[in-house]
Design a protein around this ligand. Sequence first.
Ligand code: KIV
Length: 284
Amino acid sequence: MKKKITAPKIYSMKNKEKITMITAYDCPTAKIVESAGVDIILVGDSVGMVILGYPTTLEVSVEDIIHHSKAVSRCSEYALKVGDMPFMSYQASVEDAVKNAGKIIQKGGMDAVKLEGGENHIEKVRAIINAGIPVMGHVGLTPQSVNLFGGFKIQGKTEESARQILKDAKLLDQAGVFAIVLEGIPEELAKLITESVSCPTIGIGAGRFCDGQVLVFHDMLSIPEPCYFKFVKQFENAGEVMKKGVENYINAVKNGEFPEKTNSTHISEEIINKIKKERGLKCI
Ligand code: KIV
């Protein structure tokens, strides 16, 4: 029988087996990625951009994450389920951080939470772990700081920035996170961090040497259309397949080919004729 994947299990996979993580925000996606065998399902705040059509992740609320987490948790049994802590759910205070992490676990049915930041939010990370909740760190191009960075820009290219990201990762590791997402940083820096921390690193746009990889489901499958970010690989063109299916449906309805007799239910002519007679209509 397949065993439920836990945060300690993910921690123990470093240097043994590459870790896979994919986003999901709803029941069908959770079922697809879980049946394919993914290790971690992330209900990311990318839901804001990918599903809700916002320009950044900043608009996403704790309620949004809980709403989507509930759908995912109902439809996944084995993968580790991580809920993202959205913008302003932990930045203001340790108390906010613990309470909101608790809600994502209790109401959303997640197994762990992820939050962006290192040295600047280390007290919050410690407090959430002390409350018994596994935490995944996230450093580098952290999208919630998009306004501070002046756009979605690669981080860690200068000596100062590279040193800070390494320091952030080490502090998170010491605080007890079970894994750290490295996003949008040079491959060489991601390799150095991966070799410097005892927990696994999970890369996105961070090169070949992380302990695992994460991609947004819709980006890797080109839904609704191909995503041309350098760090994304198109593993299937599902958007094209879906569009073709919808075009086929539209044509079939317009041409009168759908629905067919077999797509319908039927009652006897006798009943229909009886009704028609009563209403003074012509019988079949
Ligand atoms: O929100 C998200 O999907 C993420 C991943 C890209 C790491 O944070």
